[in-house]
Design a protein around this ligand. Structure first.
Ligand SMILES: Nc1ncnc2c1ncn2[C@@H]1O[C@H](COP(=O)(O)OP(=O)(O)OP(=O)(O)O)[C@@H](O)[C@H]1O
Length: 321
């Protein structure tokens, strides 16, 4: 069997306290392992603070992991020095959440789109422009956008520019970090459809980060559910939605708004807030909010194990499947 295109092993990230944040280190990620096959879209879901962005940034080494290994296309990128890492990064791009904050107001769209090519020393001026114009066409923006500024565009159009910027380097792998959550609901479907089309047409491999399970269901092949820096469940998207195995996944799914009164009646509301990642619960990190926790859940960190129907779940209970 082929090695996975992206392989994350035992990724851990602790943010040390600073002069502004005294106290213990923030344990943003603990022992995260997963694979993505070439051409697959893997979704990362979980509440705010669960560690989604920290995984996305660590995978591209935009932040340094505390420990663990990330292999991309057979190369251990955690141990690369600056030069080889920059070359590897051509193949790996990041689409940011906020199309307002992530585009410089002082640069033309052309400058924004060709900046990465300039830095990487790819092509001459004419070739760089041609690549940028191709990327504009791919995101269905007019070619005259090249000489305009970000403030002349709507939120949805700016996110198209953000996607075009990621495409100019002709990447093979993209981290899309909440790419639609800053947009009006009416625009979200257009951008998701565009990402899906591009993913299929260009054969992209993608890590798709979202707190919105409905969005993830549409675009992802496999979904990873994260809570307080740990993986709770991994399953093919359709199976996760049809038969969630972990109590946290069930709670997340039952929180999706529904017009069906019966579905609303059966809704399972999570108690309390997420504990601080500086002081996570012992054993299973979800146990303090879990509706089916046992005393034993305080004693062990449940390993991620395969269930009879092909999910991976980190829960010691078998009787709730
Ligand atoms: N630079 C940093 N310094 C200290 N703590 C950080 C830093 N970046 C993230 N954290 C903490 O790490 C934890 C995980 O954050 P992260 O942004 O990865 O979560 P998330 O699931 O992406 O949340 P959101 O949906 O709100 O973006 C949070 O408790 C956050 O406060």
């Amino acid at each position: 069997m082929d090695a996975p295109f992206l392989s994350v092993r035992n990724l851990t990230k602790h943010f040390a306290p600073t002069a502004f944040s005294r106290g213990p280190a923030v344990r943003a990620l603990q022992d995260i392992s997963f694979d993505i096959a070439r051409g697959q879209v893997v979704g990362l879901v979980g509440e705010s603070g669960s560690g989604k962005t920290t995984i996305g940034r660590s995978v591209l080494r935009l932040i340094e992991p505390t420990s663990g290994e990330i292999r991309f296309d057979g190369v251990d990128i955690t141990s690369l020095s600056a030069g080889p890492l920059a070359r590897q990064r051509r193949k790996m791009q990041y689409i940011f959440q906020d199309p307002f904050a992530s585009l410089s107001p002082r640069m033309t769209i052309g400058q924004i789109l060709t900046e990465g090519l300039d830095i990487q020393g790819i092509g001459n001026r004419r070739e760089r422009r041609a690549r940028a114009e191709k990327a504009l066409a791919a995101v269905e923006l007019p070619v005259d956008a090249y000489d305009r500024y970000a403030h002349e565009f709507s939120g949805g159009q700016r996110q198209r520019i953000g996607i075009a910027r990621a495409l100019t380097l002709e990447p093979e792998f993209i981290v899309a970090d909440e790419p639609v959550s800053a947009l009006d609901v009416s625009i979200q479907a257009q951008i998701i459809n565009l990402l899906r089309d591009l993913q299929v047409r260009l054969g992209l491999t993608m890590l798709f980060i979202s707190h919105d399970l409905a969005v993830v269901e549409y675009i992802c092949d496999t979904v990873i559910v994260l809570y307080l820096g740990r993986i709770m469940e991994v399953a093919p998207a359709a199976a996760l939605y049809a038969r969630p195995q972990h109590p946290y996944t069930r709670a997340l799914l039952s929180a999706i708004p529904s017009l069906d009164p019966l579905a609303r009646q059966g809704r399972q509301v999570l108690k309390g807030d997420i504990p601080s990642p500086a002081n996570p619960p012992t054993g299973c990190v979800f146990r303090t909010r879990c509706p089916v926790a046992l005393d034993a859940c305080a004693g062990v960190v449940p390993p991620l194990r395969a269930t009879s129907d092909g999910h991976l779940k980190a829960c010691i209970r078998d009787d709730i499947a």
